[in-house]
Design a protein. Structure first.
Length: 423
């Protein structure tokens, strides 16, 4: 990756604040917004560097979009920049989710918030599809990479193949098919980075991760400690993003722990879909609800604790591994493996885009079953005409009138709220 010029702090803060505020709609939408801000609009990172970082983050446990934001911040302004970017990505959604969780605990279902965010989701759907096209155009320059993307889409969408399996298979294919000629050329570019930072990074972020758990253990806060330990375990096994772990988390907190009812778990997921930030923020809702027997402040502490043990590990993975991404890109087999993973990731983003668009536009879906194939298809009679109208309005404002993204989001969100009140 080519050296980057210094990024003025005010510009850096403004860009990542925008990313945090606009990160609706799951990882596909969040990566699209990040790509728009960091690569397209500002040119702070090149396409290859962004895609390599995305592939690397996809291999880590935890929310890949948050880790990608942290990496971009680290790349532009070092560890402080990584911390700022990661916090800006998480905090807006975390604050919204905290408010919604508190309101839900006292008043139940919140249709007004869902109506307000319907316009946001309609706009984000268009941004996702546009970004998917642009990322695919860059990453799928060869027939075999197109094939990897298509196979990845089919496997994860229709056969529920775990994402880590797809990543490993793509990496093996890329490593095996590396070009020897390119290999010698790449191998001369960069030596392996020194690992002197690694023990210190692991010690600092590992201690930060463990600190609240040790305090809770020392003070005998058994319920909060159980919450913290459960979500710490979850932070290590969430390969493939939030969708890959939701079933396990739901079963554990509903059936085994008894912290939530099935209805509350579904409502929490719905609220997480309507807020900015990663979908894994549903864990904050679960943490709040699980700690409500301790009172209002118990719920707040439970939510904060869940956030801490969910996202501090993300900083650990990125700051430990980020210095090696450039080196990986100069190793022939590793570089080709990353490019193959990138192609597979395009298929995964396409799958998430399909899922997101399906659930924005249609109230009901039908499951098509053909042997091992399990594919959700839209029930056309359940088309949400409000969502379709909002999407058309967003498209006209964005691409026809060339209005700014923030303006479009505000106008379409208000239109969604107006539809709810009038209709």
């Amino acid at each position: 990756m080519t050296p980057l010029p210094p990024i003025p702090l005010p510009d850096f803060l403004k860009a990542f604040a925008r990313i945090g505020l606009l990160s609706f709609g799951g990882p596909a939408a969040q990566i699209a917004v990040m790509h728009r801000e960091v690569v397209e609009s500002r040119g702070w990172m090149d396409e290859d560097g962004f895609l390599s970082a995305l592939s690397f983050c996809m291999m880590l446990p935890g929310p890949e979009a948050m880790q990608l934001a942290t990496y971009c911040g680290w790349r532009l302004r070092g560890v402080p920049g990584g911390v700022i970017a990661g916090l800006f990505f998480v905090l807006p959604g975390a604050l919204v989710m905290l408010i919604l969780a508190a309101l839900y605990a006292h008043f139940g279902h919140l249709p007004l918030s869902e109506a307000l965010f319907l316009g946001v989701k309609a706009t984000v759907t268009l941004i996702v599809l546009q970004a998917l096209f642009r990322l695919g155009k860059k990453a799928l320059g060869r027939v075999d990479r197109w094939a990897l993307a298509v196979i990845s889409f089919v496997l994860i969408t229709g056969f529920d193949v775990p994402f880590p399996v797809i990543v490993v298979a793509a990496a093996l294919y890329g490593g095996i098919t590396a070009s020897p000629t390119q290999a010698q050329k790449l191998a001369q570019k960069r030596a392996v980075p020194k690992a002197h930072h690694l023990p210190r990074t692991l010690a600092i972020w590992g201690a930060l991760w463990a600190a609240p758990l040790l305090v809770l253990w020392a003070t005998g806060q058994e319920r909060l400690l159980a919450i913290g330990l459960f979500f710490s375990r979850l932070a290590v096994v969430t390969f493939g993003g939030a969708y890959a772990v939701l079933a396990y988390m739901s079963q554990e907190v509903v059936n085994n722990q008894g912290w939530l009812t099935p209805e509350a778990m579904l409502d929490g997921l719905g609220l997480a879909e309507t807020t900015p930030g990663p979908l894994i923020l549903v864990t904050e809702f679960v943490g709040y609800m699980a700690a409500t027997p301790l009172g209002l402040w118990g719920g707040v502490i439970g939510a904060a604790l869940t956030l801490w043990v969910t996202f501090v590990p993300c900083f650990l993975w990125i700051f430990a591994g980020a210095p090696y991404i450039d080196w990986i890109s100069t190793r022939p087999r590793l570089s080709n493996a990353l490019k193959a993973i990138t192609a597979a990731v395009v298929g995964v983003i396409a799958s998430l885009s399909w899922w997101f668009t399906l659930h924005v536009l249609f109230a009901q879906t039908a499951r098509l079953t053909l042997g091992p194939l399990r594919l959700d298809l839209p029930m056309l009679q359940s088309l949400d005409l409000r969502a379709l109208a909002l999407m058309m309005l967003a498209g006209g404002l964005l691409f026809g009138l060339k209005r700014g993204l923030m303006t479009v989001l505000a106008l379409v969100a208000l239109a969604g709220l107006a539809f709810h009140i009038v209709l």
